[in-house]
Write a protein that binds this ligand. Structure first.
Ligand code: PFF
Length: 472
């Protein structure tokens, strides 16, 4: 003690890109993106999602990278270092809280995908009658013991990787798992698009039908851009903080945003052509992965093989995201309280697993217990993804756009002051993206009444005033 521990850094730029892409690519891409695309009419939705990634996703990601890289500190202390006098660091605390909440339910869903992988390998899954899949899934999530055992197994893997540290844990495993994920996903996609009758699914993804969009579709697309790119809770600040000064941030942010988007699209092409070819329901919602897809695999030659590969790759995608979520509080506790990585990872992993268990039980035996009308699982998902992430993202945007000096922000992002790209980025950051994010946020709160809108607007103004963004 006494002497400050040397902070770890990524071993290579590729290692960093793979780790950050590993964070971004997760259940959001393979479970959520396909089902919300299915519910919102297919390719027209994809087009607005792409716009959301470009207008909101990329600017926030670059902002998070630059805050982390410049300060070489965790999600809370990075804000303190850049703005010691003002309470911007609150954004970091919100991020740490969001990490606890997201990882607890994320671990539960990842546990389901592990169960399905195991059942696929052992042949039990596909031996069911197609009509039984919904009940089979319902029985799993309502079971008091089984999903918890798998959730714990998943959390043990997550903790084990984070214990290894930045280079020997997160980076090493991302370098192995990410290429594997891509190969497995391409195999499933190839199978899907070569099925007879696949073209209806391909059309669904490529021929836009704008009439299928509703106003909510725009907001769903924006909200999902956040979740999918792991933005708004300091994950990319934390990963950026292990980056050395000689890497170029804009190209890194482009690579990660593009990788995340491409994988989501490939997941779409792996799923819909098969769903259409076999006459299944594209708009099945959250159950698409667990209730519809087993029926698809069942009808394929070598179905057990493809089902195993598919659910296995979802586990991999979830794992490389889960480690990035755990790393946010781990980095904070090691820096703030001088805990060792081992102590922080084990204690935090344990606490998060316990919360996750409560979330899992809330879908079965504890189903009667609700907080503001939602069970624990839904409440954790809702509050973190719909409130904490958009709000955190909004503050990050405002911080880099207004809280930092223009020159400082440009320099930290590796832009020269006259860079056109840099200027466009700053304009979007200041004037376009905040409005969009605010909209998503208000929608998530179900703001229909003018009164609620007025209250939220007033709170925002007070916050901005406190933060010194407006006023004087
Ligand atoms: N981006 C991940 C996914 O798409 O599954 C989820 C996620 C990871 C959200 C990390 C937020 C985060 F900080």
């Amino acid at each position: 003690m006494g002497e400050t521990k040397k902070r770890e850094q990524w071993g290579s730029k590729l290692g960093f890109i793979l780790a950050a892409s590993g964070s971004a690519i997760g259940l959001g891409n393979i479970w959520k993106f396909p089902y919300i695309t299915g519910q919102n009419g297919g390719s027209a939705f994809i087009i607005i999602y792409l716009i959301a990634i470009a207008i909101v996703g990329f600017p926030v990601m670059l902002s998070e990278f630059l805050i982390g890289r410049k300060t070489q500190k965790d999600a809370v202390n990075s804000f303190k270092a850049l703005s010691p006098e003002k309470p911007w660091f609150f954004t970091g605390y919100m991020g740490v809280a969001a990490a606890f909440m997201i990882l607890s339910f994320y671990g539960v869903v990842a546990g389901w995908t592990m169960t399905y992988t195991w059942e696929a390998v052992s042949g039990n899954l596909l031996s069911l009658d197609a009509s039984q899949f919904p009940d089979h899934f319902g029985a799993l999530i309502g079971d008091p013991v089984k999903p918890i055992l798998w959730q714990v197994a998943f959390m043990v893997l997550t903790v084990a990787i984070v214990l290894g540290g930045v280079k020997k844990g997160i980076e090493r495993w991302s370098k192995i798992l990410m290429p594997l994920l891509l190969i497995l996903l391409l195999i499933v996609m190839f199978r899907s698009i070569t099925l007879e009758g696949a073209s209806a699914g391909i059309d669904f993804l490529l021929k836009p039908d704008f009439s299928a969009l509703t106003p909510t579709s725009f907001l769903v697309a924006l909200g999902h851009a956040f979740f999918s790119l792991s933005l708004g809770m300091g994950t990319m600040i934390t990963y950026g903080s292990y980056l050395s000064k000689d890497e170029k941030l804009p190209s890194a942010a482009i690579s990660v945003s593009v990788a995340d988007t491409v994988i989501a699209l490939i997941a779409g092409f792996a799923i819909f052509p098969a769903v259409f070819a076999l006459g299944m329901e594209a708009g099945a919602g959250p159950g698409l992965l667990f209730m519809t897809l087993p029926g698809v695999f069942q009808q394929l030659p070598l179905g057990t093989f493809f089902a195993t590969i598919f659910f296995g790759l979802v586990v991999i995608a979830a794992l490389t995201s889960a480690i990035s979520i755990l790393e946010v509080p781990v980095a904070f506790f090691t820096e703030k309280y001088n805990w060792t990585r081992t102590k922080a990872t084990i204690i935090l992993g344990f606490v998060i697993t316990l919360v996750g268990m409560a979330a899992s039980l809330s879908m079965g035996p504890w189903g009667g217990f609700t907080i503001a009308g939602k069970n624990i699982f839904d409440q954790l998902d809702w509050v973190s993804a719909n409130i904490l992430l958009p709000l955190g993202g909004l503050f990050i945007l405002l911080f880099v756009g207004f809280g930092m000096k223009l020159k400082e922000a440009f320099e930290a992002a590796d832009f020269s002051l006259d860079s056109k790209f840099g200027k466009t980025w700053m304009f979007t950051l200041r004037f376009v993206a905040p409005g969009f994010v605010l909209l998503v946020f208000l929608n998530a709160l179900g703001v229909t009444g003018a009164l609620t809108a007025a209250i939220i607007w007033s709170i925002t103004l007070v916050f901005l005033y406190l933060l010194g963004v407006i006023g004087d």
